[in-house]
Structures are given as C-alpha cells and as structure tokens.
Design a protein around this ligand. Structure first.
Ligand code: 6R9
Length: 654
C-alpha cells in the first residue's frame, strides 16, 4: 500500500499507560440518552447503507429521496442522489412552528458584549442577507468567501449562502492576506464577506486591510465585498467601489422573504480548504444531503444534543469542527448554541467555566489542546463555578491522554458525565469513530470503536487487518454520508489523495496511524503523512517549511508539533549567517505573512544539520520526539546520526 511508515513506538507507550480502564456509561445518562439501543450497531451492519435513512430522515426534504447510495462509479459516491433539500431551511425555517422564540444563537463578544438570536430572529436576518446577496449578484452555485471572526454574522452568512444555493468558502479569520488570496482564487470566488476588524485582547485589529491586500494579490476580480461593522468607531474603515456595509444591506432587505432554493442532495454546500500531503491546501467539497444527514445524526446520537439543551462547541467556525458542530449540527437539531468570540483566559482563566455556569451549558465540546491548558491553569478555576448543568463532554482534534481524560471528567464533568472522544476529519465531514455515550463503555485514551455504519479498519501495508495492538493504517472500507464528494482540484487529485483500490473494493485512506484492541477500540497514533495538527489547526509541513526556507540565509527547515500544541521549527542556515541576529523574527514574520499568525513557531531551534534517512528523508518523527522530550529509538541507521545528540542538547538547554 502506498503509505509512509508507521512506527510502533507510540503503541508501546500507549500500552504502558493504564489504558485498560473501562468506564461504563452512567445509568442516569443512559436512561435518557438519545442513542440508548445497543442493537444500533447490529442494525447498521445488517442493513448496510440503507441504515443511514435514520440520519437522512432527521431532515426535512423538499423532494424525498428514494435511493440511499449510488455507488456505481467508485470512489465517486452519491448519497441520497434523487432527494432535494435546503440546508438553511433545515437549520432555521423548520424550527419556526415549534420554537420560533427559542434561542438559536447566544453570542458573547470579546468586550463582554452579548447578543441573542431566537430562531425567528435568525430567520429574519438570514432572509434579509440572502436577499442582499442576491441583489449584489450572487446566484446559485456562485462561491462566496467568508472571512470573519467568531461573530453571529458568520453563521448567518453561511446560512444566507445555503439558502440561495451559493456554496460558502469560509477562511479562518486568523489566516493571512496571502492565504486568503490563494483560497479566493482556488475556489473561483467572486464574492467576499468580511469585517472592519476585531479585538485581540485590548487592541482593535484591522481585518479589512488584510482583505484589501488579498484583493490586490488575488487573480480573481471580486464583484462585491460585504463588510460587517464589528468595531464601530474603534477603526476608521472607508468603503470603496464594490464594497457594501453589511448592516445597510440587511436593513434594506429587512422583512423580505427569500424562498430557500431546493438543492440536489449531491450539490455543493461548501468548500473548506485544508492541508493535505502536498504544499498547497486542497479544497474539500461537501455535498448538501449526505453531509447534513451525518452531521445531524451524530449531533444527536454522539453529542446527545436535544432542542432544550444549551450546547457549546468551542471550535472556531473557520475550521471543520465549527462548521459541523458549531453551526450545522446544533441548528439542524434545533438547539441553542453558544458562540464565543474571546479567548479562554481573558479576562481571566475561568472564562470558559463562567460561560458554562452563566448559560447552564449541558453539552460542551472542545479539544485536548484546550484541556491541557485548563489543566495547567489549575482545577481551582473550574471548581470556583457551578458546572452541574454539564451532562456530556466531548473532545476532538487529537488524542487525549488518559490523564487529561480523567481530569476533564473529574473537574468539568463532576466525575459523572460521559466523555465522547470523537475522531473525524475535514474530509469525513462528521464524527466517524466515537462511543455512543449511552450505550458503549469508554476507555480513556482510546477513541472507541467506529460508529455504527462506519466500516473503519486498521490495516497493514497490504490492506490486511492488523492484529490487536499492532500499529497499522486507519482506513475506511465503505462510503459514509458525510464524506467529501470530491476535491476542488479535480477527480484525479481526489482519487490519488484518498483512495486505494484493493481486491475487495475501494478504501479511503485517512492518513492516520492507529492500533485496535480486542474489543475493536481504536487508538490513534497520529498522522503518517506530512500533516501536523497543532492548536487544533491543521498544517502541511511543506507549506510551513517552504515559507521558512524563503528567508534569506536559511538552507533547510523541519516543522513539528509538541505536546503542548506548540509549533517547533528546526532550521539550518548558511555558514555566514548569525542565527542570533534578526533571523528568528524574520522567520516568524514570514510565516505570519504566508499562512497567518497561527503559524508563527513558538520555538525555533537552529541546528547544523537535520537528521535524515539514507534516502535523504527528514526524520520528522524523531524531531517530534525530541521536541516532546520523548524517548526515541535507535538512530544508527540514519545518514547523520551524530546530529541527533547535538539537537537534543540544544533543545534541552534552551
Ligand atoms: C475534526 C478535525 C483531522 C486529523 C485526523 C487526526 C486528528 C481528529 C482526533 C484526532 C486523535 C481524535 N484527530 N480527532 N486524533 N483523536 N479524537 O480535527 O479535522 O482538522 O481535518 O484534522 O485530526 O490526525 O486525521 P481536521
């Protein structure tokens, strides 16, 4: 099989922890859980793709689907292909009869501001903006780029696009002008929604000037830009030709009704750029029907969310977790979702717990990176608050250690709440591996078995299942509804990037290494390709490294992530360059420009050479172990084993 190597060391470490602890779902939870039937696993296994009707039937279809899956042309699968629906109508309109005055979105801004939208408010503003976008020329299938921080206008703009059948292309607000320009061009997008700026702690930060720079760089001519006034007088932003004030646009169309456009289930709902195995980000395309079905089903059955919950997914909407579980999941099931613009430690380190208490949040979904910070700050912060409203906790983005798992349960979950460790990817669209919290026992540190209907397998180089405890590649052997429908870069790239044809059919490659235990519980070992996950952001190493190598005097670079979600860059320079000069700063600046502030390395280690295999491949795994302070194996087979000790002592001494 066409994989990079998996190494077994991590497995031994995982096995060395007392990960055999099995935690039963608490009876008080199971009794009321959305998913309470252990037969669900068997039902999905027996029924095959048809079983996913359960998910699709959570939605309202404009034209009911008859076919569940068209798999006549693998790996191009079509879910519910003859059905028609509108995603925004499913997230907004259909809740109006029962709960028009229930809160849909409760927003907390960085300056302590609050704004709340009932489903009726949301309906009104989504309609007005949809009408406004139409007036500016947006038609069905036009891609609209959204470059906004965590303010209500972001989900509203997503839904307004969905309403008129215009796929959105959300670009994380912290990405640079250059990254935005690349994504506008790659998505052939002629429309942009952005804002004047936003607050970073106390300072007003100019987002519009980044958007202006992107506009200058992009090949595409933007037909129209809509600008949200986030900062009022704090920033003086003047609008030029083709630029429109969001508030004026919405006011002008207030009260108008825009009929939701019925989309084929296979029509594009959105594109999301993410890092792949090569330097340029790739545009993952999600189809309307399959994506929304899978997201709604998992929001209910894995996150156990119901309309009367107050639910909080702390992920930024600029990434897939925020799309699926910050917007489409919660709104499709008709719950109240919290949207938080600020940072978890501002004004103080109890901000998250304060928000949970204030809003009686019942389901909280975050990342291990965040949990590690909470642990570091100390249990006194959650303990100072009444968190008894919490019924379920979730985690996503990377492996959680048994220690962090226990801390999270003890100090946030009151020692009682089940935790769902959810594995999935931008490409899978929705949660794919996790326990069903009311049914499946938990094992701290292991994500759990594949969800019902997800045929995930850990296999060796030949595609054969590995023995329990042996490392292998995580693959998915049958299509699932939330799967990407393709890549913006075309069918060939899609096939090459993700699919392998074996004797028993097509296999989706996740790019993750994993082990599986006797009970079918999967432990994720990390990526086996050149992708790193840091602070819940996903980067391609080549993308970052090529930016560093662009600095004058740098000869080579290798980028890894450490245990605390920090970016560590190992850099070699030309002999005549003084690494203690301005180079450190320059590297940070260049990464911020090329990718965004999120990509600034936390640590730069200058070294005379990088450890390489005999074939010249940089040993990133080894560098990662050094950054994490982990033990590493025998290095004698390297071309230059002598550099390892030197790098290690530099890292330790800093
Ligand atoms: C949703 C999201 C995907 C990669 C994935 C894997 C890692 C996600 C995980 C996990 C261990 C979990 N990952 N969930 N690793 N345990 N519960 O994060 O999407 O940004 O595309 O990243 O994240 O390596 O392949 P995305």
């Amino acid at each position: 099989m066409d994989y990079a190597g998996v190494d077994g060391r991590r497995t031994d470490e995982a096995a060395a922890g007392d990960d055999e602890e099995v935690v039963e779902p608490p009876a008080a939870f199971s009794d009321r859980a959305v998913a309470s039937d252990p037969e669900l696993y068997a039902a999905f296994a027996e029924e095959g793709p048809e079983a996913w009707r359960r998910a699709a039937d959570l939605l309202e279809w404009e034209r009911p689907y008859e076919t569940v899956l068209d798999d006549s042309d693998p790996p191009f699968y079509e879910w519910f292909p003859d059905g028609r629906l509108n995603a925004a109508a499913n997230c907004v309109d259909r809740h109006l009869d029962e709960r028009r005055n229930q809160l849909a979105i409760r927003w907390f801004g960085k300056r302590g501001e609050r704004r709340s939208y009932t489903y009726l408010d949301l309906h009104r503003e989504v309609n007005a903006l949809a009408a406004g976008l139409r007036e500016l020329g947006v038609e069905e299938d036009d891609v609209v780029t959204l470059y906004l921080p965590m303010i209500p206008e972001l989900p509203i703009a997503m839904l307004a696009c969905a309403r008129i059948g215009a796929p959105h292309n959300v670009v994380f607000a912290g990405l640079s002008a250059e990254a935005l320009a690349t994504r506008i061009d790659a998505a052939d997008s002629e429309y942009l929604v952005t804002c004047d700026g936003y607050y970073r702690r106390e300072d007003a930060f100019n987002q519009k000037s980044k958007a202006d720079n992107a506009r200058l760089r992009a090949d595409a001519d933007l037909s129209a830009t809509v600008v949200v006034d986030r900062l009022g007088d704090a920033l003086d932003v003047t609008l030029g030709d083709g630029e429109h004030e969001y508030e004026a646009l919405v006011d002008a169309h207030d009260g108008e009704a825009v009929e939701p456009v019925a989309r084929d289930a296979t029509d594009l709902l959105f594109v999301m750029y993410t890092s792949g195995t090569t330097g340029r980000p790739k545009g993952v395309e999600h189809a309307t029907g399959g994506y929304l079905s899978h997201v709604a089903w998992t929001t209910r059955n894995v996150l156990d969310v119901r309309p009367d919950d107050t639910y909080w997914c702390a992920a930024d909407i600029g990434w897939i977790t925020g799309h699926s579980y910050g917007v489409y999941g919660p709104l499709s099931v008709g719950t109240t979702t919290l949207l938080y613009e600020g940072s978890p430690d501002y004004p103080d380190r109890d901000r998250v717990w304060d928000l949970i208490e204030r809003n009686a949040v019942s389901v909280f979904y975050t990342s291990p990176t965040a949990i590690r910070s909470f642990m570091k700050w100390g249990a006194e912060y959650p303990e100072a608050h009444d968190l008894s409203s919490i019924r379920l906790l979730g985690t996503v983005g990377e492996s959680i250690t048994p220690k962090a798992w226990r801390w999270y349960r003890e100090h946030v979950g009151g020692g009682e709440a089940p935790i769902v460790d959810t594995w999935w990817q931008t490409e899978t669209g929705a949660i794919s591996l996790a326990t069903l919290p009311g049914v499946t026992p938990m094992k701290p540190g292991k994500v759990g078995p594949p969800l019902p209907g997800i045929d995930a397998r850990v296999v060796d180089e030949d595609g054969e299942p590995v023995d329990p405890g042996e490392p292998g590649y995580l693959t998915i052997a049958a299509p699932w509804p939330g799967m990407l429908r393709g890549l913006r870069e075309g069918d060939e790239r899609y096939r090459r990037e993700y699919w392998l044809e074996g004797e028993d059919g097509w296999r989706y490659r996740t790019g993750d290494g994993a082990t599986v235990d006797e009970d079918g519980y999967v432990t994720i070992l990390g990526r086996v390709d050149d992708v790193i996950n840091v602070r819940t952001h996903r980067f391609n190493t080549a993308e970052l490294e090529s930016a560093i190598v662009g600095c004058d005097g740098v000869t080579e670079a290798a980028v890894v992530g450490d245990d605390d979600g920090r970016i560590v860059a190992y850099v070699t320079t030309r002999g005549d360059v003084d690494p203690d000069g301005s180079l450190r700063e320059e590297i940070g600046e260049r990464l911020a420009r090329a990718v965004g502030d999120v990509a600034r390395p936390d640590r730069i280690v200058f070294t005379p050479d990088l450890p390489k295999t005999r074939s010249g491949k940089i040993m990133r795994r080894l560098l990662e172990d050094i950054a994490r302070g982990d033990e590493f194996g025998d290095v004698s087979a390297l071309r230059n084993p002598e550099v390892v000790g030197e790098i290690e002592s530099t890292v330790r001494s800093e």
